[in-house]
Design a protein around this ligand. Structure first.
Ligand SMILES: NC(=O)C1=CN([C@@H]2O[C@H](COP(=O)(O)OP(=O)(O)OC[C@H]3O[C@@H](n4cnc5c(N)ncnc54)[C@H](OP(=O)(O)O)[C@@H]3O)[C@@H](O)[C@H]2O)C=CC1
Ligand SMILES: O=C(O)[C@@H]1CCC=N1
Length: 272
């Protein structure tokens, strides 16, 4: 099975907000024909209307894939529209934070192939990363199909068990927001040191994007890349002594940040 299968059998996207549109944008750029896509969303955006996909139209009875991208709290209202597609070969993929596979088995039947996924918004530019885990009925072919679909918008990792999804959500699902906030903070700190706002933002954005690209491309670890920037008794060392402080620096703050997000993911299990 591959992406041609999705183009032939059709993809239904339930919920096309920030995450659904980020992925759809990536798939359409990757060549998925708009005619193969059906979107269900109460308030379609102008961008969505311009893509040529079918919006709130009659749905195929047995699409290749149904991608569920509504908020966990909306699940109860949203799933009935697609419940009849369960029990056959249609593969259900949910990107919802928190909502467990068991909730989808209850909605579509335990004999349906169901995959839970946690992507992130850099999928819009083909630079996402998604973790996936399937139920007992998601066979190797279906896991490969989901991986092929998600690989079109970035990297894919497979989890050993569903419990790991809360930690993944805290690290990479929510992670882009932490990095965007770091850009905001770095730019603001540059302004505080006397730089014009636009220039401070350009410096901060390019620094984070460039450091990320180097971290991915280089053979060295991020720790070594950090050392490479740090001249003994130089400017970076002075900055890192603040940032890396074990009590007040980034290490304890990041640990608390990821723990709070993962805890919220665990809480969301009961919000469907
Ligand atoms: N944003 C992110 O970075 C990530 C999000 N996720 C997950 O993706 C899912 C969507 O999140 P996100 O895109 O941020 O949220 P959004 O609110 O942006 O998107 C959800 C979309 O679903 C629509 N919707 C609401 N009710 C229904 C319904 N009954 N049927 C069909 N569509 C409906 C909403 O419309 P309206 O706004 O008009 O109500 C909205 O367009 C969540 O479960 C989230 O946990 C996962 C990884 C990352
Ligand atoms: O904030 C959220 O709940 C979703 C899940 C991961 C990113 N956004």
């Amino acid at each position: 099975m591959d992406m041609n299968f999705v183009a032939e059998k059709g993809l239904v996207l339930l919920g096309c907000g920030k995450m659904g549109s980020a992925m759809l944008q990536g798939w359409l750029s990757d060549g998925l024909p708009p005619a193969s896509v059906w979107v269900i969303d109460p308030h379609p955006s102008d961008w969505l209307r311009g893509t040529g996909v079918q919006i709130n139209a009659d749905l195929p009875t047995a699409p290749g894939i149904v991608l569920i991208a509504v908020k966990p709290q909306m699940m109860g209202d949203a799933l009935p529209a697609i419940a009849a597609m369960g029990g056959g070969d249609t593969l259900f993929v949910s990107v919802a934070a928190g909502t467990p596979i068991a909730a989808f088995e209850a909605a579509f039947g335990a004999d349906s192939p169901i995959i839970r996924a946690m992507p992130n918004t850099p999928a819009a530019v083909g630079r996402g990363i998604t973790a996936i885990v399937g139920n007992a009925n998601a066979g190797a072919g279906q896991m490969d199909l989901a991986e092929a679909l998600l690989r079109a918008v970035g990297q894919v990792v497979r989890l050993e068990n569903e419990d790991q999804m809360d930690a993944v959500t805290g690290v990479s699902g929510s992670g882009p927001a932490y990095v965007f906030h770091m850009i905001e903070c770095l730019a603001r700190a540059g302004e505080a040191q006397g730089l014009p706002a636009a220039m401070a933002m350009q410096l901060a954005q390019a620094t984070v994007a460039g450091a990320g690209a180097l971290a991915e491309a280089a053979d060295e670890t991020p720790a070594q890349l950090r050392v490479n920037v740090t001249s003994p008794n130089g400017t970076t060392q002075a900055g890192l002594e603040v940032l890396m402080d074990a009590q007040s620096g980034l290490p304890p703050l990041m640990e608390k940040t990821v723990a709070a997000a993962a805890d919220r993911s665990r809480e969301l299990r009961n919000d469907g």
